[in-house]
Design a protein. Structure first.
Length: 103
């Protein structure tokens, strides 16, 4: 399994923006799971006011192949909404799972 960890900083950090961000993040996660082979993701809200997530993929090859998937029109709408809510995403780390104790 291959995982990627992200940090997301909202442009306006209020309860309505956070709610909208969670909805958009959830819909984008559904797209990557349903259309690209992702295994899913978890989203966390931290004391510093940022959101942190990690996405799981069956392999790095599947994640890389997802970059070439043709987005749907609804995906484009979600990405535009994302840009209204969130600054640039930061990839904090990525790599292969070497031990899994969540299970």
């Amino acid at each position: 399994m291959y995982c990627v960890s992200y940090k997301f900083t909202l442009l306006s950090n209020n309860s309505e923006t956070r709610r909208q961000f969670i909805e958009v993040w959830s819909a984008l996660t559904d797209f990557f799971r349903d259309s690209c082979g992702a295994l899913g993701s978890r989203l966390h809200y931290a004391d510093d006011g940022a959101f942190y997530a990690y996405a799981q993929w069956p392999s790095k090859a599947v994640k890389t192949a997802a970059e070439n998937v043709v987005p749907t029109e609804s995906f484009g709408v979600l990405r535009m909404k994302w840009a209204e809510l969130c600054g640039p995403s930061e990839v904090l780390w990525e790599g292969e799972v070497v031990a899994d104790m969540l299970g």
